[in-house]
Ligand binder design. Structure first.
Ligand SMILES: C[S@@+](CC[C@H](N)C(=O)[O-])C[C@H]1O[C@@H](n2cnc3c(N)ncnc32)[C@H](O)[C@@H]1O
Length: 367
């Protein structure tokens, strides 16, 4: 799909790093208009292929940018000029990030303003443009994107085809049902991670989590029916410690640093290795590798938060992904999840993990 401009959305604070990353990998793109959480690029010379991944894990969603629109008619005009005639368009309206993740005003959640505008656009939708029902994208569909910012700011209109590893959700914002009882926001991070990676976790699996306290991620795993070995010298939330299935408590706390845990302290059949430890990724990955090293025949995958000191640390990413691959993973990919802060999420699946998921491995998305 040819485009003269691209838009990319990302977390607030990542814009400059995203520009550097995309400009380095796609020299035909030159940074243009930007707002917090939103960067556009102009194609130098000929139009660029908007289907092609811009090549940075900081890009949560992207598409062809059709320019600003101040009213409904301007949105429809832009779409008429760009979308193929006679093909249904799926409308995705979303808000660009306006605060760093976790720093939103108390009680604020993205989505209300977008839902309201979407309803107004649908009500005014013209007959000459076919509209697909619903928001979540299916493979190959054409999506109209309308991006909201501050009140009074023109919307940005874009469009894209739902191909490749794009999120099906507007702006790549993965919906996770509220769980106010979860011990920490890591609950939401892990739920987003599972949704994005499509990691096939099942009740009865055994997971080890490095950096498990206070227990949001462990809580998400326990709720899904997994048994969890959490390694952290910090205190675990009592709800996690007390979480019991029909066969009794399912959480085991190794209240020590990960360096003090021996392979023999963990069950032989481990299915998932998870890390959210707030240490340099190479250290976390070394420990995952030590604890997960063969023979771990049951191992299905690794889900790992990679903590960054600053955006410059992105230069180490190819090496970190190779470390994950070296754990026997045949599919490895990385992104910045909506709720990730100065961190990325990477996962790997073994051949058994891919087989259980039931969809062929996608090529490693290592930059
Ligand atoms: C971001 S917090 C983890 C949040 C947690 N995953 C949750 O779901 O609530 C990072 C954790 O890493 C732990 N940590 C730091 N160094 C560690 C080490 N060497 N071994 C184990 N845990 C460590 C800290 O105690 C802290 O609880």
């Amino acid at each position: 799909m040819a485009a003269a401009f691209l838009y990319c959305v990302c977390q607030v604070g990542a814009e400059a790093a995203l520009k550097r990353e995309v400009s380095a990998r796609r020299p035909e793109l030159r940074p243009a208009f930007a707002r917090p959480g939103l960067v556009t690029f102009k194609a130098e010379g000929a139009a660029v292929d908007a289907d092609q991944d811009p090549g940075s894990p900081l890009v949560r969603a992207w598409g062809a940018s059709l320019g600003p629109a101040a009213d409904h008619e301007a949105v429809f005009r832009a779409l008429r000029g760009a979308c193929p005639k006679g093909q249904a368009i799926r409308l995705q309206v979303f808000e660009r990030d306006r605060w760093r993740p976790g720093e939103e005003p108390a009680g604020f959640a993205y989505g209300a303003a977008a839902a309201e505008l979407r309803a107004r656009l649908v009500a005014a939708w013209p007959e000459d443009l076919a509209l697909a029902e619903g928001e979540a994208a299916a493979a190959g569909e054409w999506i109209a994107d309308v991006i909201l910012g501050e009140e009074g700011e023109p919307w940005l209109v874009g469009h894209h085809r739902h191909v490749g590893r794009r999120s099906a959700h507007p702006g790549g914002r993965i919906p996770v049902a509220e769980a106010p009882e979860a011990p920490s926001r890591a609950y939401y991070k892990l739920e987003e991670a599972i949704a994005w990676s499509a990691a096939p976790l099942r009740a009865g699996d055994v997971a080890v989590e490095l950096g498990s306290a206070p227990g949001g991620a462990s809580y998400a795993l326990l709720r899904r029916g997994l048994a969890v070995h959490g390694i952290d010298p910090g205190a675990m939330d009592p709800r996690v410690l007390a979480f019991a299935g029909p066969e009794g408590p399912r959480f085991t706390h190794h209240a020590c640093t990960m360096g003090q845990v021996q392979r023999s302290d963990l069950p032989r059949d481990l299915h998932w290795l998870i890390s959210d430890v707030n240490l340099a990724p190479q250290i976390a990955l070394q420990t995952l590798r030590r604890l997960g090293a063969r023979p771990r025949r049951a191992l299905l995958g690794v889900l790992c938060t990679l903590k960054l000191d600053d955006w410059k640390a992105l230069r180490h990413l190819p090496g970190w992904l190779r470390q994950i691959e070296a754990m026997g993973m045949i599919e490895v990919a990385v992104t910045q999840l909506p709720r990730n802060r100065m961190e990325l999420f990477a996962y790997g699946l073994t051949a058994a993990g891919v087989a259980r998921r039931g969809r062929p491995a996608v090529a490693a998305a290592a930059p």
